[in-house]
Design a binder for this molecule. Structure first.
Ligand SMILES: Cc1cc2nc3c(=O)[nH]c(=O)nc-3n(C[C@H](O)[C@H](O)[C@H](O)COP(=O)(O)OP(=O)(O)OC[C@H]3O[C@@H](n4cnc5c(N)ncnc54)[C@H](O)[C@@H]3O)c2cc1C
Length: 437
């Protein structure tokens, strides 16, 4: 049934944006003073800054510092409306969408729903592996790591210690590399002080990558440098090695060996989520929506896709689609906003401003147009770029304070285990967190 969602009735054309991530938020911000009625829908009521999830997972920063209430961003805009709901289906013939709160009509629909974790069909990895694609998942990761240490200190079985303390990270992209480095720094500077009774030579940090190198989206030089930094931090990196199976403790590897760990962090792949009502042929094999160079979904008039979910089909330079990074999402949203507000249509052209990845304190790699460098300068640049990209002055301030504190005192203050309240469970907090996934 059509639901007007308490939207003002007027003659303005309506742009419905689904997803308040990097792409959706940028588009809404650019359209807020336009002649359109702009409606932003998201299943959550906050925007999340994914590049710093790994710092939440490793107790470096508060989850609230990287999550920002969408309503606050648009408080002063009478033309722009946010509704927390989930898109279920697109009805292109009727120019409507179906949400979990009813139908809503649109003149232009923009799908900016991002992507989700891809386990490549392995039910066991999906069940036991720990993803990091939402703030809630980053908090769960933090809880799991801390709860494992609380559990380890309660037992004198040394084999259990190795399983509980060791962390396996799967995927040698920026997320896997950043997580490995941050956990290695916790092992070096923080955890031995919290758990002096445990033998930290038993704690292994293992990074597995199916391909022949780390940081595949960056230069070979940066990949090699990241490997060197991780070795310095005593992370065991295994290239050309795939995870075949995981039962929650035993990890079976493609080289026929086995390792044991209670915590396997899965950062090995993403895929889009199929949206009902859009023909299956419109998706790539990894479920991205195929769009033309104006970001219009192929064959669907008035329906656009931007950001990670979109795959531009006709850019010769990026035949397999643009990289799924924030800059692509932001630039596509910018271009689409200009096109929606003008009669002149401009095709999307990605301007690569470079890539950065950090491994640890004073250790980062940078691929910028015309130069590649690593070490302290790259690390400071990484800090600056990420701090400036965070939404909200207060968030920037708190992140800066957290970073300064951990740099000066080599400590993180956020090692607090707050498991979600579940009135039906009678288990203790740490049992809940270690066994939940
Ligand atoms: C751990 C991690 C680290 C990263 N690090 C970097 C980095 O350092 N640099 C970089 O450039 N990029 C990085 N990325 C990638 C970057 O975050 C993405 O490219 C970017 O978030 C894509 O923006 P988006 O708007 O397309 O999607 P998202 O930011 O994912 O936003 C999608 C939004 O859609 C909402 N949504 C989804 N489905 C529905 C639905 N059915 N109904 C309603 N709402 C829905 C979600 O709640 C979400 O708010 C990282 C990603 C991850 C996961």
């Amino acid at each position: 049934m059509e639901n007007n969602f308490n939207l003002p009735k007027n003659n303005k054309k309506r742009v419905v944006i689904v997803g308040a991530g990097f792409a959706g938020l940028k588009l809404a911000r650019k359209l807020r003073k336009s002649a359109f009625q702009v409606v932003v829908l998201d299943k959550q009521n906050y925007h999340q800054f994914q590049p710093l999830f790994y710092q939440v997972a490793t107790s470096g920063i508060e989850p609230s510092s990287i999550s920002f209430p969408v309503r606050k961003i648009f408080q002063k805009n009478t033309n722009l409306h946010f509704r927390q709901t989930q898109l279920l289906e697109v009805l292109p013939d009727q120019k409507k969408i179906l949400t979990e709160n009813g139908e809503l009509s649109y003149d232009h629909l923009v799908i900016a729903t991002g992507v989700t974790t891809n386990y490549f069909g392995s039910a066991n990895l999906e069940r036991h592996g720990l993803p990091m694609k939402t703030t809630a998942e980053a908090i769960n990761l933090r809880n799991r790591i801390l709860a494992s240490f609380e559990k380890a200190i309660l037992t004198e079985d040394v084999n259990e210690h190795t399983k509980l303390m060791s962390v396996v990270i799967v995927g040698g992209g920026p997320t896997g590399v950043e997580l490995s480095g941050a956990i290695a720094e916790m092992r070096r500077f923080v955890l031995p002080k919290d758990y002096p009774e445990l033998d930290f030579s038993k704690m292994k940090i293992l990074l597995y990558e199916a391909g022949p190198r780390l940081l595949n989206g960056m230069s070979e030089k940066s990949g090699l440098k990241a490997l060197e930094f991780l070795k310095e931090l005593d992370v065991e990196v295994h290239l050309n090695t795939r995870i075949e199976d995981y039962d929650g403790e035993k990890i079976s590897l493609s080289d026929q060996t086995e390792v044991y760990a209670t915590n396997l962090l899965w950062t090995a792949g993403v895929s889009g989520k199929y949206i009902k009502g859009i023909a299956k042929e419109t998706y790539t094999p990894s479920n991205r929506l195929v769009v033309d160079s104006y970001n219009q979904v192929i064959g669907l008039d008035g329906v656009y896709a931007v950001g990670d979910i979109a795959c531009v089909s006709d850019d010769k330079e990026y035949e397999r689609g643009h990289p799924q990074v924030a800059q692509v999402a932001i630039q596509q949203a910018n271009n689409l906003a200009d096109n929606l507000m003008s009669n002149k249509q401009k095709p999307f052209k990605y301007k690569d401003k470079g890539s950065l990845a950090t491994i640890g304190r004073n250790m980062a790699v940078a691929d910028l147009p015309g130069m590649k460098f690593s070490g302290f300068i790259a690390w400071v640049l990484w800090l600056f770029v990420h701090l400036m990209a965070i939404v909200g002055v207060k968030n920037r301030f708190f992140i800066f304070v957290n970073w300064a504190q951990s740099y000066i005192w080599r400590d993180q203050s956020l090692r607090i285990l707050i498991a979600p309240y579940n009135r039906n469970k009678k288990k203790s907090t740490n049992q809940q967190s270690v066994s939940a996934s």
